[in-house]
Ligand binder design. Structure first.
Ligand code: GLU
Length: 307
C-alpha cells in the first residue's frame, strides 16, 4: 500500500509555479503539433499496487512522439531479440535527436534506439519480422496497456511526412551504409506512425507500468518482457531518454524516463510507480519545461529516486 499522498504533492508543486515558470516553446517544426493549447498540464501516477494520483489534463490525449520509441524497442526485443544490438548502440548520443553528423562519423550505426536514427532502424527490423507491422505494433501497445482505444493520428503522421526531410536524410544515410534493409518509404511510414500515437497521461502511466514491475503490467497481469530485458530498457531510458539532456535529467530527477516533442515525459520508479506528465512548452533541448520541473520537485519532495 502506498503511504505517500502524491495527489497533495502535485497540488503543492503546481501551486508553487510562478509566472516566469511558464517558459519554453511548443514544437512547431511538425505543423500539426503547433495546434495544441500551450497551457495544458496533466500528471498521472500509477503505483504497482494500482493506486492512481492525478492532476489537471491527465485524461486528455496528446501526441506522445518519441515516448513511443520505448515501446517499439520493447516489441523489437520480443520479436528480434539481442540481434537488435548489432545495428543500434546503447550509448548516450550527446547530440540532437535528429543529428546527421554523428551518424556519418559512426558509419550509419545509431548511438541508441531513443534517437530518431535508432528508432528508424528499429522500424526496419519490425518491417522485416512482422507481416503487418503498423497493425501489430498498435495491437502490441493496446495489449500491454489493456487499452483498446490507443491509436495513431493520421493527421500528425501526414504532417510529419511533409516536413520529415531530416528523418528521410537519416534513413537514406543509413541505407547508404547498409543499415536499412527495407524500402525507405515503408520504413518511414512506420516511423512516422509510431511518432503519431496519441495517449493521455493516465494511459501512458498504465502502458509503461511494466517497466516498474519487472516486465509485467500488474494491473492487467500481462507479461511484456523478462526482468533482464526490463533492466535494459530502463537503463537505456536513463542514459538516452532526454536527447542531449539525459545527464541533466538524471541529475535533477534521478529516474529512468523518456520525453517527446509533444511535451510528454514518462518516468519510472522501479518497484514503485510509473508517472506521465504533459506540458507542451519545451526547453531549448526539446524536453517539456514544466514536465521536468514537476518530476524534479516530485523526487525532491518525496526524497525518493533510484539513487
Ligand atoms: N516525430 C518526431 C521527429 O521525428 C519525434 C521527435 C521527438 O519526439 O523526439 O522529429
Amino acid at each position: 500500500m502506498s503511504v505517500i499522498d502524491y495527489q497533495k504533492i502535485f497540488h503543492h508543486i503546481v501551486a508553487g509555479f510562478k509566472d516566469d515558470d511558464d517558459c519554453g516553446k511548443v514544437a512547431t517544426y511538425i505543423p500539426e503539433l503547433a495546434n495544441v493549447d500551450p497551457k495544458k498540464l496533466g500528471i498521472h501516477l500509477t503505483t504497482v499496487e494500482n493506486n492512481h494520483f492525478c492532476f489537471g489534463d491527465s485524461n486528455e490525449k496528446f501526441s506522445i512522439q518519441s515516448i513511443s520509441k520505448v515501446l517499439s524497442l520493447t516489441l523489437a526485443l520480443k520479436v528480434v531479440g539481442e540481434e537488435v544490438w548489432d545495428r543500434v548502440g546503447v550509448e548516450p548520443s550527446g547530440s540532437a535527436f535528429n543529428s546527421l553528423v554523428q551518424l556519418e562519423y559512426e558509419k550509419g550505426i545509431p548511438r541508441n534506439p531513443m534517437i530518431n536514427a535508432g528508432a528508424i532502424v528499429i522500424c526496419d527490423f519490425l518491417l522485416s519480422c512482422l507481416d503487418n507491422p503498423k497493425y501489430e505494433l498498435l495491437e502490441f501497445i493496446r495489449k500491454i496497456s489493456g487499452i483498446a482505444s490507443i491509436d495513431y493520428s493520421v493527421k500528425v503522421a501526414e504532417s510529419e511526412v511533409q516536413t520529415g526531410f531530416r528523418n528521410y536524410s537519416l534513413a537514406n544515410l543509413m541505407k547508404g551504409f547498409g543499415n536499412i534493409d527495407n524500402d525507405i518509404e515503408a520504413v518511414m511510414d512506420l516511423y512516422f506512425h509510431l511518432c503519431s500515437i496519441e495517449m493521455s497521461c493516465k494511459e501512458l502511466a498504465q502502458a509503461f507500468l511494466f517497466l516498474a514491475a519487472d516486465g509485467i503490467n500488474p494491473i492487467i497481469n500481462e507479461t511484456v518482457i523478462s526482468p533482464g530485458r526490463t533492466k535494459r530498457v530502463n537503463a537505456i531510458m536513463q542514459m538516452c531518454g532526454f536527447y542531449d539532456e539525459a545527464g541533466e535529467f538524471a541529475f535533477r530527477v534521478g529516474l529512468p524516463g523518456k520525453s517527446g516533442v509533444g511535451g510528454g515525459i514518462v518516468a519510472v520508479h522501479p518497484g514503485k510507480y510509473c508517472i506521465a506528465v504533459w506540458s507542451p512548452k519545451l526547453n531549448k533541448n526539446g524536453n517539456s519545461y514544466r514536465g521536468m520541473r514537476v518530476l524534479e520537485e516530485l523526487t525532491t519532495k518525496t526524497q525518493l529516486s533510484i539513487f
